[in-house]
Design a protein around this ligand. Structure first.
Ligand SMILES: Cc1ncc(C[n+]2csc(CCOP(=O)(O)OP(=O)(O)O)c2C)c(N)n1
Length: 257
């Protein structure tokens, strides 16, 4: 959607730093694995843009679990104080791996946390594509016109495991999942489009095949790129390598030798 090649995402997951570099003119940060650390970055870049007079709005996406991190609260605080053009989007899928939303916060909603920081928080049906687009557009327009940040809470549910290393049967029952099933956004969107005469089984099959081809090609292209040199694993962590990283690099090199 933002113009990053699928191949780059594959490269990133293969551990190749090349995959993290956004092409010139595309304002997107690399994927952040530590939960929540990208939220202050979104506020910092928005604040810098505001000082420079750039008409930029920054968007930060994170989960319900990330709202327990200090990073989230520090970012929200300064976004409110400096009225930065930032949209915080919390995808509340009810779980941070095995930790349920009820063990994450005592607040009735995640959206209401914005009130304490002095700006708007809105809760939206995260399984309603049009509602999410409308809420996001409204928040972006508000930020762009200098009226400051917004926190959006998209309420949804994670059907599958967190990762392939996770087993949800250990911490939740099928009974919990059942009420969410008819609310699946894919089902709702398919029904909507079918009703408008814009979708059919043939369209779905053709698009699925096209997407599969595109993905297969991206995997092939990414696999054709030579693997990164060991130095590159350490090179982009900080502007300058710390003594610890230098030591680790030497250790890795000696192990490989
Ligand atoms: C700082 C930090 N601590 C722990 C982890 C391990 N971890 C990976 S994902 C995750 C849960 C994230 O939950 P949430 O923010 O709700 O996002 P979700 O993946 O559910 O969308 C944790 C604890 C991590 N990546 N970073």
């Amino acid at each position: 959607m933002m113009g990053i090649a699928l191949k780059n995402f594959m490269l990133y997951w293969m551990g190749n730093e090349v995959g993290s570099h956004a092409p010139e003119g595309i304002n997107i940060m690399p994927v952040s694995i530590p939960v929540g650390t990208h939220i202050p970055h979104a506020v910092g870049t928005a604040w810098a843009a505001k000082i420079r007079g750039d008409k930029v709005v920054t968007m930060a996406y994170f989960g319900d679990g990330a709202t327990s991190k200090g990073d989230f609260h520090e970012a929200m605080n300064f976004a409110g104080v400096f009225k930065t053009p930032t949209v915080f989007f919390c995808q509340n899928n009810q779980f941070a791996i095995s930790v349920p939303r009820s063990r994450q916060t005592a607040s009735a909603t995640i959206a209401q946390k914005a009130i304490a920081y002095g700006f708007d928080g809105i809760q939206v049906d995260g399984n309603d594509l049009f509602a999410v687009i409308a809420a996001t557009k409204q928040a972006v327009n508000k930020a762009r016109s200098g009226e400051g940040p917004t926190l959006i809470e998209g309420v949804t549910f994670r059907f599958g495991p967190h990762t392939t290393a996770d087993d949800p049967t250990k911490y939740r029952t099928d009974k919990e999942i059942e009420p969410w099933k008819p609310l699946d956004p894919l089902i709702r969107m398919r029904l909507y489009l079918k009703d408008k005469g814009l979708w059919s089984d043939e369209v779905e099959q053709r698009m699925t095949e096209e997407a599969q081809k595109e993905i297969d090609q991206a995997v092939k292209d990414a696999e054709a790129v030579p693997p990164p040199a060991p130095d590159e694993i350490f090179a982009s962590v900080f502007a300058e390598m710390t003594p610890q990283l230098k030591e680790q690099l030497e250790y890795l090199k000696s192990t490989l030798a």
